[in-house]
Design a protein around this ligand. Structure first.
Ligand code: 2X7
Ligand code: FE2
Length: 371
């Protein structure tokens, strides 16, 4: 047996590989690292083996990625996605053209974009109820998706040519955290996959320049094969996994819950879709429910809102059934500060609120949220 009592001088590097010395008799290779090991990258520990009456110096390599840890969610958005809003904006990517329509909501989105101009961020993380995966939660897993997205119910309003970038690294980190926490997850790596209109509409209205990469998350329809309560439990877990992964990534993220509130809509479209004389909430009880939810957002009562979610979802046939709002509020760790409500309005009878939680309003120090 060889007794080693001298601190090794450094970590020998052999043909692109770092050799980690555990003892002179045991050694193993690590894959080549991009980052150059520096003094701070390694540490020397004294490792005692009292039973063998010898000690050795164990030189341990600590891989420090430049931006590891310290990431955070800089804002949470409730950003509804009725395709009517894109249609009425007439962007070059959308084939149908409109005269006008739903101005108050579109002006609400303008105010949201103005607010975001003063918030620095690297990536948008979005969950849409229109990407429906009945077995687990899926994440777009390729760097680039380009195609035509058509709304199956309103193809007369939405045929949008998209070309979007994905932050696959962060998507995989959220996937891995969620998997570790026991959720069923999958990376979606089919290059021919068509991105849903909910993701595209909310992202277009939030950031029409499309200059930020996305993490796109599916809605696993657990409300429909289990219950709202099961959906809540799963989405709360996914929210925690999202927050943890964002923190580890070192990135600044905007998280988007892409959905309407009450969601019972008219069964017939008016002859001119943008005829605003026909637009109103489907019924008063839906309106009352929406106002109740919005009041809780304004009052910072998001835990109460989560408790109310099953009843709200069932009574107003709300689009919160997709889990996006529960996921986002969990990722934000249930804000107790007020949301900014930019606008509320109806689209073909559904209730839609545009809201921001600016996490810099948050005074508590939460890992992954606020400063
Ligand atoms: O997806 C939608 C929606 N959430 C609300 C209204 C109309 C159409 O599509
Ligand atoms: Fe929708």
């Amino acid at each position: 047996m060889i007794k080693v009592d001298k601190k090794p001088a450094g970590i020998p590097k052999i043909s692109g590989k770092i050799e980690l010395l555990k003892s002179p008799l045991t050694k193993f290779d690590l894959p080549a690292l991009d980052a150059k090991p520096s003094e701070e990258d390694s540490t020397t520990l004294r490792h005692n083996h009292s039973s063998y009456e010898f000690f050795q110096w164990v030189h341990v390599l600590v891989i420090i990625r430049p931006n590891m840890g310290g990431g955070r969610i800089v804002a949470g958005l409730l950003a509804p996605h009725p395709p009517h809003l894109v249609y009425a904006e007439n962007p070059p990517q959308n084939e149908p053209t409109a005269e006008c329509g739903w101005e108050t909501l579109r002006w609400g989105y303008e105010r949201l974009r103005k607010q975001l101009e003063n918030i620095e961020y690297d990536v948008i993380v979005i969950l849409s109820p229109h990407w429906q995966t009945y077995v687990g939660t899926h994440f777009l897993g390729l760097e680039h998706f380009k195609s035509l997205s058509v709304d199956p119910i309103f193809p007369n309003l939405f045929r949008y040519h998209y070309d979007l970038k994905i932050d696959v690294e962060l998507a995989k980190m959220i996937h891995d955290e969620a998997e570790t926490d026991g959720l069923s997850v999958r990376m979606m790596e089919n290059p021919d996959f068509r991105v849903d209109y909910g993701t595209i509409t909310s992202c277009h209205l939030t950031n029409p320049k499309w200059d930020k990469p996305l993490v796109s998350i599916s809605s696993n329809r657990s409300v429909h094969y289990y219950s709202v309560e099961v959906m809540q439990e799963m989405m709360m877990k996914l929210g925690i996994a999202t927050r943890k992964a964002i923190w580890k990534s070192g990135k600044k993220a905007v998280v988007i819950s892409s959905n309407s509130l009450s969601h019972r809509h008219f069964v017939n479209e008016s002859e001119i879709p943008e005829d605003m004389s026909k637009e109103h909430i489907t019924n008063h009880s839906q309106y009352l429910w929406d106002m109740k939810m919005i009041k809780m957002m304004k009052d910072g009562k998001t835990k109460e809102l989560i408790e109310m979610m099953p009843e709200f979802t069932e009574q107003s046939v709300a689009e919160t059934d997709g889990g996006a709002l529960t996921w986002m509020l969990s990722a934000l760790d249930y804000p107790t500060y007020p949301a900014t409500i930019h606008e509320y309005g109806t689209i073909i009878g559904t209730g839609n609120a545009i809201a921001t939680w600016d996490t810099n309003d948050e005074k508590r120090k939460i890992k992954g949220v606020s400063q």
